[in-house]
Design a protein around this ligand. Structure first.
Ligand code: ATP
Length: 603
């Protein structure tokens, strides 16, 4: 509420100041600030939150501007407000178009593809007859209020109102489930999908939001100027929109406003020397990247952050009375929780899965062991949807799982951790674990955007469940710490907390004890037993044999992608084939009476 009130006060103060300004030049600067704020606010979602680098925003600005122009000047002769709305919708649809490459390429390649989009649009509006060629389109209908066209002050009030509305809507969206999902894309797409974020859907959504606001800004500029030509639409505009976000502070709520105010004023100041305009922009971009990697907002946050408070670095003891949130309907009589049948996977000549089958009984800890390269991680990857098996079937609770995307598998109740930690390092421990709740929350796009009570209720319920999970794991004191700043052992525990927050029936753990000291390993063992006792089935890939033998109910041994033994820990430990695989001895030697089962050698 405080943030909303502050935003309303700032907007009201700006609107009141406009009444005292009669100079058209200053009013035009304020109008430009408003328009660039609209572009930057949407671009911030795309770049600052979702981490998608687009250099083609000028193309979307053009889509809005030329749509507004054509809709009001052609035989359609639509009213200016309807045209503004339709122009925004058309630009939004173009956003889907520009999002398409992001589904296949990322990073610099994506920037190149979006750049190409911008160049194509620039060429199109310069050359094509329908867009008026280099001359552009004149006599675009301006917006009217009470039958009269808006005067310059009216335009400024309009962009202030639109800017305020957009800011409040995006704040609702970005401070909850959707904002976290966007941030998770930026941090690690594989981990994001593993916790239930539909990566492709969220990427498209981010592009669409940025396209809508850019299109709206373009339409407003065309309607205010009452003409549009290709001079407006060039590569520099795309760079400028990018710069607005980077300079203001990508991934912060105030960044777009800071960027829009500062850069519009600087641009206005240097406008009379047009030859240095682009030089100044380039210099500011370099300055922002080198000196203020978190933009102006980052600089301000650094100034006002309380100093000298010692951050908690240690976990407390897990709370014995804490209970994990569970989803209902896990066990069905006589049906294994998960049945893998005849799974095969080959990478060229390497075959990490050869006809692997497994049945996981509910409520047990199943261990999957085997020498390096045996195919254990590959099996976990196949079960969690990260890798597609070449052949074979996976049934979860009796229903086929093959071909499901990782986020859909997570939503069905299979959670995982990764051999090489995949935390969202810049997010707090709480936000990491809240991301685990993503697929369990029911508030959709509209209720989140509008800040409806349902979204608030879902958020509070998720926070309460996360607090309980943190208590269960003894992480409550670390909730506000950035996950990446914690010691390694605690990071592993946060990843476990995040997986538990998906409320899984089945927890896949890929070497959770790797890198832990003996005390941490023993604590992990106790935690896993408690997790099992709460009704969650565990599949544990682990080299640490003391741990495996102490806590597992059932052990499967893989070697060269094949199951070579399974059964109780004692049975497997005594199996000659297992010792041969582990110790590199041949079977006959391993069967000799003096050969003790020394699996702990590999720990
Ligand atoms: N994406 C991939 N492309 C090519 N080869 C791969 C790929 N993923 C795994 N492999 C190969 O498959 C084999 C099994 O790998 P996997 O990671 O499943 O083994 P692992 O049993 O988990 O080993 P470790 O205990 O060392 O983690 C290895 O030889 C590995 O190099």
């Amino acid at each position: 509420m405080r943030h909303a009130l502050a935003a309303i006060l700032v907007a009201a103060a700006a609107a009141a100041a406009v009444s005292f300004i009669s100079n058209d030049f200053y009013l035009r600067i304020l109008f430009n600030i408003g328009v660039y704020f609209l572009c930057a606010a949407g671009m911030n979602v795309l770049l600052g939150y979702a981490g998608q680098k687009s250099l083609g925003q000028a193309g979307l600005f053009a889509a809005g501007a030329y749509s507004a122009a054509l809709l009001t000047t052609s035989s359609l002769d639509l009213g200016p407000w309807v045209a503004l709305l339709l122009a925004t919708v058309i630009a939004t649809l173009c956003g889907v178009l520009i999002a398409a490459p992001s589904l296949r390429v990322r990073g610099p390649s994506l920037a190149m593809v979006t750049l190409a989009f911008g160049i194509v649009v620039e060429k199109l509006v310069t050359e094509a007859e329908v867009f008026g060629g280099a001359m552009g389109i004149y006599a675009i209908k301006p917006l009217t209020f009470g039958g009269a066209p808006l005067d310059m002050a009216g335009w400024v009030w309009l962009v202030i109102a639109l800017g305020l509305g957009l800011h409040l809507l995006l704040r609702n969206l970005l401070t909850g489930r959707f904002g976290r999902a966007f941030l998770s894309l930026q941090a690690d797409e594989v981990a994001a999908s593993a916790v239930g974020v539909a990566v492709l859907r969220y990427k498209v959504l981010a592009f669409v939001i940025a396209a809508a606001t850019c299109g709206l800004a373009g339409a407003l500029v065309a309607q205010q100027n009452q003409y549009i030509n290709s001079d407006f639409i060039n590569f520099h505009l795309s760079i400028f929109i990018l710069l607005l976000v980077l300079f203001g502070g990508a991934g912060t709520l105030v960044g777009p406003l800071l960027g829009a105010v500062t850069l519009t004023v600087i641009t206005a100041l240097v406008a009379r020397w047009s030859w240095i305009e682009h030089f100044v922009q380039g210099a500011l971009l370099l300055f922002a990247l080198y000196v203020m990697p978190r933009g102006l907002a980052g600089v301000f946050q650094g100034l006002f952050r309380p100093r000298g408070t010692e951050a908690a670095r240690r976990a407390e003891a897990p709370a014995p009375d804490a209970r994990l949130p569970l989803r209902g309907g896990a066990a069905q009589a006589g049906v294994p929780l998960l049945a893998a049948e005849g799974l095969n996977k080959a990478y060229g000549g390497v075959r990490p899965a050869r006809d692997v089958s497994a049945r996981l009984v509910p409520g047990q800890i199943h261990a999957l062991i085997g020498p390096n390269g045996a195919g254990k991680s590959t099996l976990i990857n196949m079960l969690s949807g990260v890798v597609r098996p070449d052949s074979g079937r996976i049934l979860f609770q009796g229903k086929l799982l093959n071909w499901s995307a990782p986020h859909a598998i997570a939503a069905r109740g299979i959670a995982r951790t990764f051999q090489n930690l995949r935390l969202f390092r810049d997010l707090s421990v709480r936000d990491n674990v809240l991301l685990g709740q993503h697929a369990r929350m029911r508030n959709g796009f509209l209720s989140s955007l509008l800040g409806l009570p349902r979204a608030g209720r879902e958020e509070r319920a998720a926070e309460a469940r996360v607090a309980e999970i943190l208590r269960f794991l003894g992480l409550s004191a670390l909730a506000d710490q950035p996950a990446g700043a914690l010691p390694y052992g605690l990071q592993r525990r946060v990843e476990l907390a995040r997986a538990l927050a998906t409320e899984p029936h089945l927890l896949l753990l890929d070497e959770p004890a790797a890198g832990l000291n003996p005390q941490e390993t023993a604590e992990l063992g106790q935690l896993l037993l408690r997790i099992r006792d709460q009704g969650i089935t565990i599949l544990l890939v682990e080299h640490h044999m003391d741990l495996v033998m102490a806590i597992s109910d059932h052990v499967t041994v893989l070697d060269y992608g094949e199951t070579i033994a399974e059964g109780t820990p004692a049975l497997v430990q005594a199996n000659p084939r297992v010792m041969a695989a582990y110790l590199g001895t041949d079977e006959a030697e391993a069967e000799a009476p003096h050969a003790e089962p020394e699996l702990a050698v590999r720990a």
